[in-house]
Design a protein around this ligand. Structure first.
Ligand code: CDP
Length: 793
């Protein structure tokens, strides 16, 4: 038999796909500094674009004088909203079906909004010329407090929308309100908790940028841009700007982190395109850190009231929630069209409930637009935080150990596929072993003993648990689209005569290692070593159409596509093999990398032999065309539902109220594991994100709408100093409908870790009688919560 796994991988205990923990192919260029990002693109004659942004959160534009900027010797063009309006380009659609100003025409609606742009010979001149533009504003009252946005006397932000007399965007409901009310009425115990998930920012290392190159002769536009969804962006540019789609090429080169923040189309991309069309030269726009933090997509900003009903002995009956969602000045949330609150509907968590109900009310405020799925499958992070906080509150109310309460209520393996009270069908799950494994790694019972001893000495130690189920892999086209584009992924595989292959994907990696893992999937299916498989992505001229990478959808959707396209090739290869071996197809069996004649192991042809025959001289079996290529467009049957159990241990300094995450145990189940090393990397990164959100990160505003988190001096990101050595584990519950049983992993840790950390901090503060503190749990917030409380012994 041909075993294509290299020495050392045959008995890999992690039972991975293909080559298991193989090192990332893309590291060869990244560790040598040979990555090629948008800012590395330098074209002959290239000009530079800078954007003038509003200093005010809400103001009428009275007058813009660009004459001094135009007179600057290095300036080639100065463009305002009024000029774009003449060409019908001042407004663009958002992913949520609203419109957003490319450049403001009538009013500015958030601090940092795009007002004008300059194209100049170099970046410095472009920036200097911004200072020469004179804008007269008439300040208007800003709406900053989301709770006040719906007050009858609140100023109306979206006066551009005909007939709009308030700041209401939508109300969305899920579940059954009456059934839930009945379950609450019958409950022994009801707990209610107000919970804020603050506005945070994906804060990728690389900010957003674009290089637009419009060729006036061929009419072709080439756009290098920091996009997680090149194909969807190309279609939208075609629809909005009226450019023929085949004359647009969007290239997403190496991307320095996306985390959902590079899904929307930002005004800067459109400005770069306009700038190139106007000047006939390539135009580069790269925003700086502050621009990125104040104007590109924020995440979360959900104010939630969570209620949970249970019996006295701890059977959870129902969960109910009402959410006030701050969407900023334009509804630019990224989510499939039918899901205005994203996948918040999974707030029922991992538990067997009788009833559930949620209502989400979304409003406009004078803040940057966004609502992007920051390392999150469309609002799942908020949903998981809500349910895992209120379950902990219930445990406290019942005097039950939070682990015992969860064990009592977790869904049982025989309940899968499980339809939740809000209509989601969880594909597979085996929850209890995952939680038990986390408890075992953490030494949960010993930790509780240690905590009791420390408490007796007045020390503040906390243990926090969370258990989450995610819904990832958007998605089935009968339910999911973005602006009318079905959420399917194309994939093309071409095997060359010598048995080397090229796999073309519609998804776009931003550091997740697709060039490695997707090659591993094909290696597993076809027996071609991963090093012989080139993965091509991020270029609309080179890859089939698909909706891009976000919401951990790559493995569930494109990963499935890659496996299936390889199987198509294998089917054809089998017919060719039957001709080569002169036996019928039914007499062949496939074992890693080769077709063998049943009962005669000496007679076999490898996929490489078959590839040569497919392209070579001589006849092929009747009816078969030459070549060895295949293409598919994959429509997933369902989402995949990864799960995980996290345990966090914190110590709080009673003097400074500083929280230290001492230990963090994460046990994840993402079904079949393709590359355990990459999975660990994804989990480590997500856990660090979780520490950031739980303890440090928040985009805050003052009462005038000035953004207070506009640099990394104020918007704090976790470093190696704030995070512990992660302790990870795994269980494997394959997805029944995914061809290789894989579920997504990219965002599990970001989703699951904040509640574990907050639960740990609240647990540590239990002696003070504290039941909840909102994120971020900075020393000042924790210290404030401790004040005026009876001191623990
Ligand atoms: O869509 P995105 O790539 O961000 O998320 P993902 O599909 O969860 O995959 C993240 C990375 O982990 C990719 O390189 C995957 O191929 C890899 N992965 C894996 O090795 N095994 C899994 N079961 C899931 C993901």
């Amino acid at each position: 038999a041909v075993d294509f796994r290299p020495p050392g991988f045959e008995n890999n205990d992690q039972k991975p796909i293909g080559y298991g923990r193989m090192l990332r192919k893309e590291d060869a260029r990244f560790i040598r500094g040979k990555g090629r990002y948008v800012d590395d693109v330098r074209l002959p004659g290239m000009l530079h674009l800078a954007i003038l942004r509003s200093p005010l959160a809400h103001a009428r534009i009275v007058r813009i004088d660009t004459s001094a900027a135009e007179a600057h010797p290095k300036v080639k063009a100065v463009v305002t909203g009024a000029m774009l309006a003449e060409r019908g380009l001042a407004w663009m659609p958002t992913l949520a079906g609203d419109v957003q100003a490319v450049l403001a025409t009538d009013k500015v609606r958030f601090q940092g909004q795009e007002v004008a742009f300059v194209v100049a010979e170099d970046r410095y001149a472009a920036r200097d010329a911004l200072e020469l533009i004179d804008v007269e504003y008439e300040p208007l009252d800003p709406v900053i407090d989301v709770r006040r946005a719906l007050a009858p006397d609140a100023p109306v932000i979206r006066t551009d929308l005909e007939g709009k007399t308030d700041n209401h965007i939508f109300d969305w409901e899920t579940g059954d309100a009456e059934e839930t009310e009945r379950a609450f009425a019958s409950a022994d115990v009801v707990v209610s908790q107000d919970i804020v998930y603050p506005r945070v920012h994906p804060a990728p290392l690389e900010t957003c940028g674009a290089v637009a190159d419009y060729d006036r002769v061929s009419g072709k536009l080439t756009l290098w841009s920091t996009t997680q969804a090149p194909h969807a962006h190309r279609t939208l540019y075609a629809l909005v700007a009226g450019l023929p789609e085949h004359k647009i090429r969007v290239i997403a080169p190496d991307i320095g982190g996306g985390f959902g923040g590079k899904v929307p189309i930002y005004p800067g991309y459109v400005c770069a395109i306009v700038g190139s069309m106007l000047t006939g030269r390539p135009v580069k726009w790269v925003e700086d850190r502050s621009e990125n933090l104040i104007s590109t997509g924020f995440a979360r900003d959900y104010i939630m009231r969570g209620e949970i009903a249970a019996t006295r002995d701890g059977k959870i009956l129902a969960i109910r929630t009402h959410v006030l969602a701050d969407h900023g000045a334009f509804n630019a949330q990224a989510a499939p069209s039918k899901y205005p609150a994203g996948f918040f509907g999974v707030f029922t968590g991992s538990y067997d409930l009788q009833a559930a109900y949620a209502k989400v009310t979304a409003v406009y405020t004078n803040k940057a637009p966004g609502g992007v799925a920051y390392a999150c499958s469309f609002r799942i992070t908020e949903a998981v935080y809500l349910v895992e906080r209120i379950v902990d509150r219930l445990a406290d109310e019942l005097g039950m150990d939070p682990v015992e309460l969860r064990l009592k209520n977790l869904l049982k393996p025989e309940q899968f596929p499980y339809k939740t009270k809000t209509g989601w069908v969880y594909d597979s799950g085996n929850y209890e072993p995952t939680l038990r494994k986390a408890m075992e790694i953490a030494g949960y019972h010993e930790l509780r003993k240690e905590q009791a001893e420390r408490r007796a000495r007045g020390e503040l130690m906390g243990i926090g648990v969370s258990f989450f189920t995610e819904a990832v892999g958007a998605g089935p086209r009968k339910h999911m689209d973005i602006l009318g584009l079905g959420m399917n992924d194309g994939c093309e595989l071409r095997v060359h005569p010598t048995g080397k292959a090229v796999l073309r994907l519609s998804v776009q990696t931003q550091g997740q290692g697709h060039e490695t893992t997707f090659a591993q999937i094909v290696a597993e299916e076809l027996g071609i070593p991963p090093d012989d498989i080139e993965v091509v992505h991020g270029d609309t001229d080179q890859t089939p159409f698909g909706l891009g990478t976000y919401g951990s959808r790559s493995t569930p959707v494109s990963g499935a596509a890659a496996a299936l396209v390889a199987r198509r090739i294998r089917d054809k290869a089998k017919i060719i093999a039957s001709g080569m071996l002169e036996v019928s197809v039914a007499d062949l069996e496939w074992r890693k990398g080769a077709f063998h004649v049943k009962g005669d192991p000496t007679r076999a042809v490898t996929i490489q032999d078959i590839a040569m025959r497919a392209h070579g001289a001589g006849d092929l079996p009747e009816g078969l065309e030459g070549g060895l290529d295949a293409q598919i467009c994959y429509n997933p049957e369902n989402l995949t539902y990864p799960h995980g159990a996290y345990i966090c241990v914190v110590d709080i300094d009673p003097g400074t109220a500083k929280v230290k995450v001492r230990r963090f145990v994460a046990v994840d189940d993402c079904g079949t594991r393709i590359n355990p090393m990459i999975i660990e990397g994804q989990v480590h990164g997500g856990l660090a994100d979780g520490v950031g959100m739980a303890l440090m990160e928040m985009i805050a505003f003052d009462e005038d709408g000035n953004c207070l988190g506009a640099s990394f001096m104020d918007y704090l990101l976790p470093t190696a100093l704030e995070v512990p050595d992660w302790e990870t584990g795994y269980t494997v519950t394959p997805s029944p409908h995914h061809p290789i049983g894989a579920k997504g992993i990219g965002e599990s840790a970001t989703v699951g870790s904040p509640p574990a950390i907050v639960n740990a901090v609240v647990d540590a503060l239990k002696p003070f009688g504290i039941r909840h503190v909102d994120m971020p749990l900075t020393p000042s917030r924790v210290w404030e919560a401790m004040q005026g409380r009876p001191q623990p012994p």
